[in-house]
Each structure stands twice: as C-alpha cells, then as structure tokens.
Design a protein. Structure first.
Length: 763
C-alpha cells in the first residue's frame, strides 16, 4: 500500500498530468482491474491525509495545483475559525463564519484559499480560506445540556466552539428515561448539509441533571472519549502480577537498597514513578535518578501493553484520575513507595562544578525509598522552617520523617545541584515558560470548596532539573547508539508567527527585537516578569510556538534548548516513556520505524486530548466555585489586576486563583467612562477616575455563564493604579440583581479572554 501511494503521488506531480478519476488512475498506474480496490483504498487514505484532493466529478489532483489546502478547524466561540496543522506547512488560514460552512471544531477539512486578505478579530492579518469539503469529522457525538422551547427540544453543546444548537428528533431506540430540560446528554449528529439550518441528532445517553453531583465529570469523560474501565483481559493480567516483589526478580539487577533514595511528589499523589539520590563527588555531583521499571511488568504485545498504548497516558481530572495502567500496577507494585522493595530503571549521571555532564550510565536496579516527601515538605526543608509546621501532611508510616537530619541533607544536596543545572540551562538558552497552577479542593460530594495556587517553587524546580537531566542523557545515549526510539520534539517556531507576536507585544509597550534570536526571547520574558500583562503575553507567546509532540527524529526541544530530548521519567503515566525504557534496555527485537512513527503520532494525539480534558476539568470546577459565590450570603472578594483594556470593558486576572474574567464598562462605578484606545484605559468624564493596565482592584462575582464558560466581576472598593503612591477608595456600585446563569440565547457575555493553560505535573 505504501508503494502504491507513492506511485499515485508521483503520477499527480508530473507536469503533464491531467486530472483523472479512479479508473483512469488505475490504468495510468498499470494496475489490473482486479487491484482497483487497492487503488480506491490508497486514494481514500491519501485524501484523508490531505496529500491529494478530489474535485468535481471525482477527479484527483494535488491540492496546491488548485489553491487547495488541507488542515484542521480551530473554531472560536463567535463562529469564526482558523485552519491549522495544514498539510505541507502552508501556515494558518482565517475562516470567517460564512466560510466555515458545516465544518465544526476539530474537523479535518479541504479548503480553498481566498486571495483577498481579511483582518482577524485578534488583530492578526492571515490569508483567508473557505472550506469546500469535510474529510474527517471530529464530532460524531456531542455532549451538551437539553433546553426546550415551544414544540421541540434542543441541546446546547458543552464546547462553546460548537456554535450551533442541535435540534433533537425522536431516537431510533427507546431510552430508559426521556431527556428533560436541564439534563446532560450525549447526542449523535445526523449528516449536516446546510449551515442555514441547525444540525439535528438523537440522544444516545442521558447522563443526568446537569448540576447533579458527578454528572459534570461523566460528561467530560464522554466528551473526550476517556475510558471508564479496563477490559477484563487487562485486569486479569494485572491481577496475576504479585503485589510483593519476589526475590527472584532481583536477579541481574544492581542492589541499591542501602542507598538513601527519596521521592518528592504532590500531597495527594499515589503513583510515585521517580526517586532521586544526590551526593557530592569532589567539586561536582553524582546524581542517581531511579524510575519505576514498568517494562518489567508490561510486556510488549500483552493485553496490558495494548491497552496502555491505546490510552497513551494517564489523565488527571478534578476529583478523578483515569490511569494508563490498572491501579494494581500504577498505585501498587510499580509505585516507588517508601520502605518497600521496588524494581527500577536507573540513570547514574556525574556532573562537574559547572553542571556539565561528565558520564552517564544506565542499569536495571532494585531500590528501597527511605522517605516519601511532599513538595511542601521539601520546600520547608529548603526554607529551613520545618519546626512547628502543622500544615504539612503527616508522614506515612515506614518512612523517615522530613525533619530527619539525613533526609534534610539529601534534599539540600539535590537543591545545590539543581541550582547549578538550572543556571546552566538558562545560560544555554532555555526559556522560562512555566506557569503556576491551581489545585481545586473538593468536598465529599465533589463540590469545589477552595482554590489553591501552586507555585513553581524550589521543591518543584529541584525535581524538574533532575528529571530533565535524565531525559536528556537517555536521548543522547540512544541517539549515539542509533537505536530507534520516540523523541520529545519541540520544533523551532515559524518566524512569521514570532513577528505577529512582536507586533502584539508592542501594543502593550513591550519593545521586542528579533524574536528569532533566542537571547531576545529570553530578554522579553525577563522584561515582562511581574508586569500586569505578563500572563497575557506569555499565553500569546505560547500560541506562537509549535506544539511539543513525539516523533522518531531527534529534532531537539526549542523551549528547553536541548538538541537531544526524550521522555524517560514517567512510565507509569506515559506510554512514550515505556517505549524509551524498552529501547534503552535492549535485549529484544528492535522496534520498526514505521511502528514507532505510528505510536508517536497516536500518543501525541492522546496527550493533546488529555491536556484539553484536564484544562476543561479545572475550568469547570472554577466556574462551579464562582457560581457558589453568587449564591453565598457573604461572597468572597478577590484581588484582581487589569491585564487588558477593550472597548467594552476591562479584562482582569485573579492572580490568587489564576482565572481571567471581565468587568464590563457598565459596572465601573460612579461615572460615565470613555475608552482611550491609545493609552488603553477608561477615563471618567466627571471625576477623572481612570482604569488602565496594571490597576489592582478588589472584585466580586456578578455573573456566570456556564455555557460560554465566562465570568463577569464588579469592583467592590479600592483600586491601586500602576505607579500610584497610595490607594484611593471608589464608591460602591449600585446594587443590581445578580444573574447566576445565562443560557446562550439570552445575550452575549462581555467576557472574551481565555483561561491560562495549566502547567503539567512534570515536564
């Protein structure tokens, strides 16, 4: 099939090629009539990949010959969209709501370029295109909430990027209970022929009332097609694995059970897949990174292996983890718990005083962790404030206490090395793109009760630097040995995208030079640190970069400034790491490059799905938290910083809970305000009060739209203008009836800013 596809592409690329249909192509390729089915299949695959295009009367051509381009639709809530991930690196295209047609978010489409440019809503100028055919639909089913009007029901999709409500028809198979208004449902879409009428579909499953406990989590899993249970064959294989590591498994392994190994993880973690041991060696350091030897238990081709590959990775939702491996492995025999014997794959690295690696060795080992530390405990050690800390979690039985002198010594030694490695990494050009994250604490009914900001403090940096060093050393070793493996790839960004970001940064007074120069990017990130527009510009800069993926070619990691990089340190929760462990261990038949490439493409997709689901999960719980604030007798007030000013209001960030919202101009107190598009501020006509970038306010929630996932706020009192010498008190706004929720059809929200992405647990 591969050779046939190459022959088809060569034929279509000939200068004298005239468009042919299937039969004509078969004859031109010299294929007998008995093989025409193979030609049809090859053409279908090439069309789905976007390598060829089908025009009128089912004739086939190369897309570029007719100004056609294949890509994926990235829709915006307003109806407009972009065409991204285009075939052949054609770049992004703007799709107006009219030109999107019946395509939906995530669809793979064929589009024709429109040569008259049009300004995008964000202010960027991009080539325009029009969808002419949907190649692969990404929305066979849709999750949403049932609404009703006279005579019929319809569904409002949970994803605000799906701009059309879905009319419901009678289901072909009777449901246990008919859907009622306010129910969360799964709908199967019918073929949608015209954008001038709403799509239709039938309810496949009623999940329950939208605001019932647990329904939001179930809806999220249905929306992203996340598996609920493990197949019976997988559980059967897992149960056959002993819960206690037998002594027979220690054969041919280095016994490191006398080494003071320790783990550092979040408070509520249960799958401890990495442990470290750092000690001084002369003027340098010796680092041992011990990783759970999952490959010992998950054999290639087993039911466990096939299911782990299908899942690709674990997904961490608010209130639930969907693991890649059954709990017997992920939280049991593979987890590097304190005080018990565990099988590991270890990297032994030696560094000089400047943090340069001098040697690297890898071996399968058996370890016994002496202490299970949380990030907060490790941070307390580094602060030297462990005495009297009642807020720190209780130390599990069987492990040394974080106040033990030997444990403190190991943590401090690891931090000394981490500081040197971190300094060297940024000197080499690594970019500081880390964001803090917010942990949503839930009660017994999975209702959000508290939002806690988690900073990227020294305890996180300590672990991160050790893991980065191990990942880089493994990638370098495998590359030198020419062993086929999956690499972690972050390609150099498109210069045009960087120039577009440069123009946007200039709007906020941030003078940026040549963004293709890494040092200039570092200077920009340093310059905006601590500024009110930092998060907004950081998010915009991330959008200008290419997405990190998995691939079989060692193309390097742009963000980390590492020419060789892979994932080795989390095989409990990432299938990529399991593949790397197998390549590093050797001993079996080498993986075929085609199989590895297919696996890399697949796990890149599952990673993207999980990241979106995790971000959506946190955002939903934040929205639920703010809805509860609306109903509270004494709602909380939040510190807010103005990060953008638009004609209809102020875009604000709540730095303590990492949430972006809007203060509509009508909510500004005690005056009528005029918008100054040059200074980016609102100025009062009578009192000359001003609200501009960097102003710090106290706000409370005044409106939540769960359908559009937007929250509006209003000032409650004080405002601190940027550069002001003191605070001044603003009169309180007149009392207005609070609007708890708003359906999509009840008018637009003034909010328009996306929430910041969540930083992964470990990079």
């Amino acid at each position: 099939m591969k050779n046939l596809k190459k022959d088809i592409l060569r034929l279509l690329a000939k200068p004298d090629y005239q468009p042919l249909e299937k039969v004509g192509l078969s004859r031109a390729l010299g294929q007998p009539a008995s093989d025409r089915r193979k030609v049809r299949e090859a053409l279908a695959e090439l069309e789905e990949e976007g390598a060829i295009a089908r025009i009128r009367r089912n004739y086939f051509i190369l897309p570029a010959t007719a100004d056609l381009v294949t890509g994926t639709v990235l829709a915006f809530p307003g109806g407009n969209a972009k065409l991204i991930e285009t075939e052949g690196g054609a770049g992004d295209f703007f799709l107006s709501a009219v030109n999107v047609g019946t395509a939906m978010h995530g669809d793979r489409v064929l589009a024709r370029q429109v040569h008259e440019g049009r300004e995008q809503p964000q202010g960027r100028s991009s080539p325009e295109a029009r969808v002419v055919r949907i190649l692969v639909s990404a929305n066979q089913t849709v999750v949403g909430t049932v609404a009703a009007t006279k005579g019929f029901q319809y569904v409002i999709p949970d994803d605000p990027r799906l701009a059309h409500d879905i009319y419901l028809r009678e289901p072909q198979k009777p449901l246990p209970a008919p859907p009622r208004e306010g129910d969360k449902v799964v709908v199967r879409l019918d073929p949608w022929e015209s954008r001038h009428v709403n799509p239709e579909g039938e309810v496949l499953e009623v999940l329950g009332p939208a605001f019932a406990s647990g329904v939001d989590l179930l809806a999220l899993m249905r929306r992203y097609n996340l598996p609920e249970e493990f197949p019976a064959a997988v559980l059967e294989e897992a149960e056959a694995i002993p819960a206690v590591v037998p002594a027979s498994d220690f054969a041919n392994r280095e016994d490191l059970r006398d080494q003071p190994v320790l783990t550092i993880d979040p408070d509520d973690a249960k799958d401890y897949d990495d442990a470290i041991h750092v000690e001084r060696k002369g003027s340098g350091w010796r680092l041992a990174v011990h990783i759970a030897d999952v490959a010992h238990y998950v054999k290639r081709g087993s039911a466990l292996d096939k299911d782990a590959r299908h899942r690709g990775n674990s997904t961490y939702l608010c209130g639930r983890v969907i693991p890649m491996l059954p709990e017997r492995l992920s939280n049991g025999v593979c987890s590097l718990k304190a005080g018990v014997d565990r099988l590991a794959f270890s990297a032994f690295l030696e560094f000089n005083a400047q943090g340069e690696i001098r040697s690297a060795r890898f071996a399968r080992t058996v370890i016994r962790s002496v202490a299970r530390l949380t990030y907060r405990q490790a941070f307390a050690i580094l602060e030297n404030k462990t005495a009297g800390r009642k807020d720190l979690p209780r130390v599990p039985e069987g492990s040394l206490c974080y106040t033990d002198a030997s444990v403190q010594e190991r943590v401090c030694a690891a931090w000394e090395l981490a500081q040197v490695l971190r300094k060297k990494r940024f000197a080499d050009g690594s970019l500081d793109l880390d964001f803090p994250e917010v942990k949503v604490w839930l009660d017994d009914e999975r209702r959000p009760v508290r939002l806690e900001k988690i900073e990227n403090d020294p305890s996180h940096q300590l672990v991160e630097e050790c893991m980065l060093a191990a990942n880089e050393a493994v990638a370098t070793s495998l590359k030198r040995a020419k062993v086929p493996v999956v690499y972690r790839v972050h390609e150099v960004p498109d210069p045009d995208r960087l120039r577009e970001f440069r123009e946007k940064a200039g709007r906020y007074g941030c003078r940026v030079g040549d963004m293709t120069n890494r040092k200039e990017v570092q200077r920009m990130l340093t310059a905006i640190r601590g500024q009110p527009e930092e998060s907004l510009l950081k998010v915009e800069f991330l959008k200008s970069l290419k997405r990190a993926t998995y691939g079989v070619a060692p193309l390097g990691h742009y963000g980390l400034a590492k020419p060789n990089y892979t994932h080795f340190t989390s095989p409990i929760r990432r299938y990529a790491d399991l593949l790397v462990h197998r390549a590093l261990a050797g001993g079996g038949p080498p993986a075929k490059s085609g199989d590895l490439a297919a696996a890399a493409t697949h796990i890149s997709g599952t990673e993207r799905t999980s990241a979106e689901a995790e971000k959506d999960s946190v955002q939903r719980k934040k929205l639920e938290y703010f809805e509860r604030q609306l109903r509270a007798r004494e709602p909380d007030t939040f510190r807010a910083t103005v990060i953008d000013v638009r004609s209809h209001g102020l875009v604000i960030e709540l730095p303590d809970v990492l949430f972006t919202g809007m203060i509509h101009v009508s909510r500004l107190p005690d005056d009528f305000y005029s918008f100054d598009s040059v200074r980016l501020e609102f100025r009062g006509r009578r009192g000359k009060n001003t609200f501009g970038l960097g102003a710090v306010l106290q706000v409370k929630v005044c409106r939540v739209d769960p359908f559009k996932k937007q929250v509006d706020f209003e000032p409650t009192g004080e405002v601190q203008s940027p550069g002001a010498t003191g605070k001044r008190t603003l009169p309180r706004t007149s009392k207005r009836p609070a609007q708890e929720t708003s359906k999509r059809m009840q008018g637009r929200s003034s909010h328009g800013q996306k929430e910041k992405p969540r930083r992964p647990k470990k990079r």
